[in-house]
Design a protein around this ligand. Sequence first.
Ligand code: PLP
Length: 422
Amino acid sequence: MSLKLSKFATSLTGDSGTTSLMQDLGEALAADRNYLMLGGGNPGSIPPVQSALREELAKLANDPERFNAMVGPYDSPQGDHQFLSAIASLLRDECGWDVGPENCMLTNGSQAGFFLLFNALAGEFDDGSRKLIELPLTPEYLGYADVGLDNSPLFRSRRPKIETVDSHTIKYRVDFDNMTLGEDSAAICVSRPTNPTGNMISDDEVRELQRIARAGGVPLIIDGAYGQPFPGIVFNDATALFDDNTIVFLSLSKLGLAGIRTGIIVGPAELIAGLSSMNAITNLAPGSAGPGLMLDLVRSRKILNLSREHVQPYYRDRADFAVDVLANAMGDTPWKIHQPEGAFFLWTTFPDIPLHSQKLYERIKDRGALVIAGHHFFAGLEHDPWQHKTECLRITYAQDKDDVRKGIEIVADEVKRAYDGA
Ligand SMILES: Cc1ncc(COP(=O)(O)O)c(C=O)c1O
């Protein structure tokens, strides 16, 4: 059968970083070979979190009324109201945000929420004009890159300022000299902590972005998939900031529930109402397994205890471990990392390495380890001839320590070979 595809389908089935990486991961999982998984964004399996989830599941299974309420009816397009009230109350009490349930909604994973929001704010308008999402600090989450409804650019991206922390550590900062908005700006968006770098954009930087967004009449979007208040994978004392011109994305995925697909959007009530209508058209309703499973944990605030006492320490420990292994394995070979301040990635960079990150990735994969080549994370800077874009790798340290160690040792070996011109 030869199908003629629309612009929408051509754009979503074309050559995209997200698709090729998800396929690569899927193939690796299905392959006979046991790859060391230092590539994707899968959360670790943390025993106290797992046992809290199993307890909730057992409670639901033993309560026919609650069980049916979870699996039987469709929720409203905004999502389960009890859960949204519990989330709003947690955000009010714990973070001091001025929100009610009308400011919150659910999507089938925050990725689905970004698809709705970015296309609601940016893209083509009635009068033929186009608007762009401003990314102040690139490298940025590669899942944003391909969500536009057609192939036209959806982002305006900027290089960061690069601060030297020590001989092996850098930190990206927003370059405010280059942060002016235009008539065609739709919104500013940052992930915090940032995927792929583990950067926590500082409170001051967020406040300045809030100021710029408000002055420019556009919202600031903060993607808190790894951030506060849950799963709280943040290694410094940054604050969860919000105001009436900010839209925050939260997710249950990185707590260990990526398979359940629950994203939470917090923002102005009018926007939430509009996005909920879009949710109705694309999904009828968001899934109710996430809210059903997590309702009591949110109401009791146990979700925060789990985040603080187990999730954050688990990744903090893994981050330290990964840095130690890398430092030992690299020896005298040049290497740098972004300062790990959150999430669960080590962003490594190899100055002047004479091999493109794609080739380096392929050699590492041939040796049985999966990482992600850094050039995928520069959406909007495709035409910028910046050498740094092809000198980086993202290494996930969420999984088994032994695998993380073996994987990093393979990376170090291949980086050395590349510097040696092999
Ligand atoms: C920064 C960031 N935002 C959003 C997402 C999407 O998460 P989900 O759709 O599972 O909620 C991810 C997934 O890896 C991510 O890393």
